[in-house]
Design a protein around this ligand. Structure first.
Ligand code: ARG
Length: 461
């Protein structure tokens, strides 16, 4: 094998085939072709504006890069593993198209600042398109919550019926989580939006470059301030993966609830045919595969975060080829998170609650016990701790009689606490319970409607 045409000056021979296999990244970094081309256009503009290259060369470089973009998008570009990565594939093809002027493009830059720039640009685009998908999920959650602001269901702690809540309130809990997920990604976007281009290999350059100009042209807030940090930093990707992992965990919690709700035992929701599958042997089955897969995806997304943290841990300054391992995991996490968000939006939009089953589930577990204790505090002026104790005894009594609290007679209740009056029955239904919970952030239907409107204004600008 002959020496590499891009860097082979000091090499007598070429790399072993197996070396190429471990070294080449083109199979995955070709995804950054557009960012690479835009970066090179901005860089050559700057080189011409500062007089480092001629305007004719700049024009030739632009012409060649535009042609390369067209070739790639028409699937006519031949990617070569011998040329390692997207940067050298593009530059080599540029030389074929425009000749020697292509060799001037790499003045005052290196692949180290180039790849850092391309990767930041790619991630910025990925965050922007993810955010649009999250907006769809937000819309689905908020619309569904508003529509079912009155539907009463058991709220759980320890997966034990705790207090009645509304289905709308439950869904808006996820709208809040998704809101924080989006703001975490927006924070990540803000911090990553500095341009490493022009840091060159690690030490900066002796050419009279204008890094502010390239930063601005590429939509960055400004250039990175330290040339070594510019090529060594990958915390923008780690931060993205951390935010992606947290969001994947949130989505998996909702997915798990959907799996539980859709089970025959609960039957709290009906899922659409569009997001379920049948069984090849059991004709009656309608399986929540989409929810199960979303439940599983944190495996690979957290795995990606873990992988990159471990790759970066203990790496000395500045660039090391280790860092080429940053992209596959980040691409995979971004792809899978995007899939999860889109599927979840569709599944939530189609999902219909089954209020009769939710209501039936409220018969067990004495979900209005807290309302009873609160009534004792409010009407009988008991300290809450005493009221808690009285209610506990009433629950034990109902348990013995195998009935709900609301099914006890007033006489029965008075055997536990003589001062209880008929009025207590007004707080023992689930509907009364949720209607009374009008505290800020509480589950009352009127709150849920107001919060849905507020969430729409906050998240769907
Ligand atoms: N493909 C490389 C990567 O993704 C590009 C940077 C290579 N730089 C170098 N000095 N070998 O990290």
């Amino acid at each position: 094998m002959s020496a590499n045409e891009m860097w082979g000056g000091r090499f007598a021979g070429g790399p072993a085939a197996i070396m190429q296999e471990i070294n080449a990244s083109i199979d995955f970094d070709k995804r950054m072709y557009l960012q690479d081309i835009l970066g090179s256009k901005a860089h050559s503009d700057m080189l011409a504006a500062t007089g480092i290259i001629s305007e004719q060369d700049r024009d030739e470089i632009h012409r060649g890069l535009t042609q390369i973009q067209e070739e790639i998008e028409a699937d006519k570009f031949e990617f070569s593993a011998e040329l390692e990565d997207i940067h050298m594939n593009v530059e080599a093809r540029l030389k074929e198209i425009i000749g020697d002027a292509a060799g001037r493009l790499h003045t005052a830059r290196s692949r180290n600042d180039q790849v850092a720039t391309d990767f930041r640009l790619w991630l910025r685009d990925a965050i922007d398109s993810l955010d649009a998908q999250y907006a769809d999920l937000h819309k689905a959650l908020i619309n569904k919550a508003e529509k079912h602001a009155d539907v009463v269901m058991p709220g759980f702690t320890h997966l034990q019926a705790a207090q009645p809540v509304t289905f709308g309130h439950h869904l808006l809990a996820y709208a809040e989580m998704v809101g924080r997920d989006r703001s975490r990604l927006a924070d990540c976007r803000k911090r990553l939006n500095e341009c490493p281009l022009g840091a060159a290999a690690l030490a900066g350059t002796s050419f009279p470059t204008d890094r502010h100009m390239t930063a601005k042209a590429l939509g960055f807030d400004g250039p990175t301030r330290n040339s070594m940090d510019s090529v060594a930093a990958r915390d923008f990707a780690m931060e993205f993966l951390a935010a992606a992992s947290i969001s994947a965990v949130h989505l998996s919690r909702l997915a798990e609830e959907i799996v539980i709700w859709a089970s025959q035992q609960f039957s709290f929701v009906a899922l659409s045919d569009a997001f379920t599958t049948g069984s090849s042997i059991m004709p009656q089955k309608k399986n929540p595969d989409a929810a199960e897969l979303i439940r599983a995806k944190p495996g690979r997304i957290i795995g990606s975060l873990n992988a990159l943290l471990i790759v970066m841990k203990g790496l000395p300054m500045t660039y090391g080829k280790d860092m080429q391992e940053d992209k596959e995991v980040t691409f995979d996490a971004a792809d899978n998170l995007s899939l999860c968000v889109a599927v979840m939006a569709g599944m939530v939009e189609d999902m219909e609650p089954r209020p009769e089953f939710m209501k039936a589930a409220l018969v067990n577990g004495f979900p209005t016990a807290t309302d009873l204790a609160d009534w004792c505090v409010r009407v009988l002026n008991m300290p809450f701790r005493d009221a808690h104790h009285v209610t506990g005894s009433l629950v034990a009594l109902a348990e013995k009689k195998e009935c709900g609290l609301e099914d006890l007679s007033l006489a029965d209740m008075q055997t536990v606490e003589a001062s209880i009056t008929e009025d207590v029955f007004s707080v023992l239904s689930s509907e009364a319970s949720v209607t009374s919970r009008t505290s800020y952030g509480g589950t009352a239907p009127e709150n849920v409607r107001a919060m849905a409107a507020e969430a729409r204004a906050r998240f769907l600008k």
